[in-house]
Write a protein that binds this ligand. Structure first.
Ligand SMILES: [Zn+2]
Length: 545
C-alpha cells in the first residue's frame, strides 16, 4: 500500500532539506515518489510541519529505579482533579509503562533510550521496556563502579581484557552502549567517602575516576560501538562543579565522549550566595571540543522525583527531599537513590539551574552536538519538552519567565543577555537528526528514501507548547498511531542492542567469577529473547567501521 502525505513543509536536516514536498510511505518505509503512481491513501498536511519521529537519547523510563520511585511515591499518581488531603500535587514522572509510550507518541517521539541499566537489573528493565507501547527503545549498560572492572584496572590487565569484559556485559545485558555514572564514586561510597573527584582514587583498588573513564572510553571506541561512552561526571549538583565538567571535557582528548545532563554540572561559586552559573564557560568548552557531545538535562519548575545510580550524590541530597522521604540502596556496583524534589520558581538555586540549562542550549553553537533532555524525571518529566522548545524559540517568552524569578538568581547568569532564538531546523536537528547519528540508527531521524516511516506532523501556531505536545499526526513504521494528540493505536516496538566482536576467553572467566563471588551462574542475569516473549524483540545496530 502506498500512503502519501501531501503538501507539508518537510524539515529534514539529516538530508539538508526544508521545503514543501510530498512524503510517500510503502511497507513501513519512506519511498521516493514515482511519477504517475496513485496513492492508496492520502493525508492532506498542507500548512503543516513534517519531521521524522523524535528520538530521546536519555530518559529514565524503565528499570529498578523507576519501580522504586513508583513504590516510594504512589500518591503522585492521584489524579489532580481528585485531591486527597496529605497527598502531593499532580502525577509528574511516575507514569506506568502504557502512559509512557502514549505520552511520548503524542509529542511525536518514536524512539527513546533508557540510559542507566545496571547489568544485574537488566532483565527487569527489558521486561518493563517491552511493556511500553508504540516507541522503540534502547538501553545503556552501566559500568565503572563494579568490582570486576576495578579489579582489572587494579591489576593493570590491559585494554584487551577490558574490551572483552565490556563486550560480554553488553551481550548479557542487551545494551546498545555503555554509561559510566560517577566513575569510582559509588564504589568509594561503600568506604564512607562522601566527596569524589576526577583524580580521586577508589579505596582498596587504587584506581582514579579519570582512569576508569579513560579505560571505558577507549574500550567503547575500540569495540566500535555505535554510541560513544556516555558519562555522568563526578560532583553532580555541587557548587563549583563546572571545574569537574571542564576537566572531563578536556579528558576526552579528541576521542568521542558524550556528557549527560550537563546542566547539573554548570555551577560556579560566584556571587553572594556562593552559587552561580558556569553555563557560558561550559558552552564555550563544548564549542571547542569537537569530539564531545552533550545533553542538557533542563530543569523545569514543578514536582518531580530524582532517580539516580549516583548513590553518593543521592545520599548527600537526601535531606533536601521534597516531600521528606527518600530511598537509598547500596551493595551491588552503583547502588542508587530515589529523592523526590520540587523545583520552585521562587527558589534562588532552582532559578539558577533553570537558567544554566537554557544557557547551554542557547550558547552551544552546533545543534548537532547538544541534545534535548530533562534527564527525565530528574530535571523535569519528559512531557516538559514542548515548553522547553517554546522557550528556546521565543526570547519574549523567556523574558516573561525571567520576570518571575528572583533577581539575584538572574544576576549570576548570562541568560538575560542572550538573544538567540532556535529555528524549527535547530529543533529538528537536536531532537531527530543528531540523536539518530549519535546512536548509530541510520534508518531514522530523517525522511530520505529507505528510512523507517516514523513521522511526526505538527500544526504550526503561536502556541508552540501546544504544537509540540499534541502532534497532528504521528506514524510509527508507517502506521498512524496519533491524530490531534490522541493515541489511536499502540503497537509494540523493538529494542536496539549492539553486538561487538570479542574474544570468547572471557566467558569462562566470568562464569568462574560469578560462581566464586556470588555463588550463582551469570546465566541468571542474562537477558534472552525468550524472556521477552514477543517475536524478535531485539534489533542489532551494527558497530561502526
Ligand atoms: Zn540520567
Amino acid at each position: 500500500m502506498l500512503t502519501r502525505l501531501v503538501g507539508g513543509r518537510v524539515i529534514d536536516p539529516g538530508n539538508g532539506r526544508d521545503a514543501v514536498r510530498d512524503v510517500f510511505i510503502r511497507d513501513g518505509r519512506i519511498v521516493d515518489a514515482r511519477p504517475g503512481v496513485t496513492a492508496d491513501e492520502t493525508y492532506n498536511v498542507s500548512n503543516k510541519i513534517v519531521m521524522a519521529g523524535g528520538i530521546d537519547i536519555h530518559s529514565h523510563i524503565a528499570g529498578n529505579n523507576e519501580t522504586m520511585g513508583r513504590l516510594l511515591l504512589p500518591e503522585q499518581r492521584y489524579p489532580s482533579e481528585f485531591p486527597h488531603p496529605g497527598h502531593y500535587p499532580q502525577p509528574r514522572g511516575a507514569w506506568n509503562t502504557f502512559e509512557t509510550g502514549c505520552l511520548y507518541a503524542a509529542m511525536g517521539f518514536t524512539t527513546v533510550v533508557e540510559p542507566a541499566v545496571l547489568p544485574h537489573h537488566a532483565l527487569q528493565a527489558h521486561l518493563e521496556l517491552a511493556d511500553i507501547p508504540i516507541i522503540d527503545k534502547a538501553t545503556l549498560t552501566v559500568l565503572g563502579n563494579d568490582d570486576f572492572l576495578l579489579d582489572l584496572l587494579h591489576r593493570r590487565e590491559g585494554a584487551n581484557a577490558i574490551r572483552g569484559y565490556v563486550a560480554w556485559t553488553l551481550a548479557s545485558s542487551r545494551g546498545l552502549g555503555i554509561k559510566v555514572i560517577n566513575a569510582g564514586g559509588a564504589a568509594a561510597f561503600k568506604d564512607n567517602v562522601r566527596t569524589f573527584a576526577l583524580d580521586d582514587e577508589v579505596p582498596g583498588y587504587g584506581v582514579s575516576s579519570r582512569a576508569i573513564v579513560k579505560a571505558l572510553q577507549l574500550a567503547v571506541h575500540e569495540l566500535q560501538l555505535p554510541h560513544p561512552l556516555h558519562v555522568h561526571c563526578n560532583n553532580l549538583g555541587i557548587p563549583g562543579n563546572v571545574e569537574t565538567a571542564l576537566a572531563t571535557i578536556a579528558a576526552a582528548e579528541g576521542l568521542p565522549l558524550h556528557l549527560a545532563h550537563l546542566q547539573f554540572y554548570g555551577y560556579g561559586k560566584e556571587g553572594p550566595r556562593g552559587f552561580s552559573s558556569g553555563g557560558a564557560r561550559l558552552a564555550e568548552a563544548v564549542n571547542a571540543a569537537k569530539s564531545v557531545t552533550v545533553d542538557v538535562g533542563q530543569v523545569m519548575f514543578g514536582q518531580t522525583v530524582t532517580i539516580s545510580c549516583d548513590v553518593l550524590r543521592q545520599f548527600n541530597a537526601r535531606n533536601g527531599a521534597r516531600p521528606k522521604k527518600w530511598m537509598i540502596y547500596d551493595g551491588d556496583s552503583n547502588g542508587a537513590g530515589i529523592v523526590p524534589y520540587d523545583y520552585r520558581v521562587t527558589d534562588f538555586f532552582n532559578a539558577v539551574q533553570w537558567a544554566v540549562g537554557l544557557e547551554l542550549f542557547l550558547l552551544t553553537n552546533d545543534p548537532w552536538r547538544v541534545f534535548f533532555t530533562t534527564d527525565h524525571p530528574n530535571g523535569a518529566p519528559f512531557t516538559a519538552y514542548p515548553e522547553i522548545i517554546a522557550l528556546l524559540m521565543d526570547r519574549d517568552l523567556r523574558a516573561e519567565w525571567m520576570s518571575r524569578l528572583p533577581k539575584e538568581a538572574l544576576a549570576v547568569t548570562t541568560l538575560a543577555s542572550i538573544t538567540r532564538e532556535h529555528t524549527l531546523t535547530d529543533i529538528a536537528i537536536m531532537t531527530r537528526a543528531a540523536p539518530a547519528k549519535l546512536l548509530g540508527l541510520k534508518d531514522r531521524g530523517h525522511l530520505g528514501a529507505g528510512a523507517l516511516a516514523d513521522i511526526a506532523v505538527y500544526e504550526p501556531g503561536d502556541n508552540r507548547t501546544k504544537m509540540f505536545r499534541e502532534a497532528a499526526l504521528v506514524f510509527k513504521g508507517g502506521q498512524l498511531v496519533v491524530r490531534d494528540g490522541a493515541v489511536l493505536d499502540h503497537p509494540f516496538g523493538r529494542t536496539f542492542r549492539s553486538q561487538p566482536d570479542y574474544e570468547r576467553a572471557i566467558n569462562a572467566r566470568m562464569r568462574d567469577y560469578y560462581e566464586e563471588r556470588y555463588g550463582i551462574s551469570p546465566d541468571l542475569m542474562t537477558v534472552s529473547d525468550a524472556a521477552i516473549g514477543r517475536p524478535e524483540p531485539f534489533e542489532i545496530v551494527p558497530c561502526l567501521n
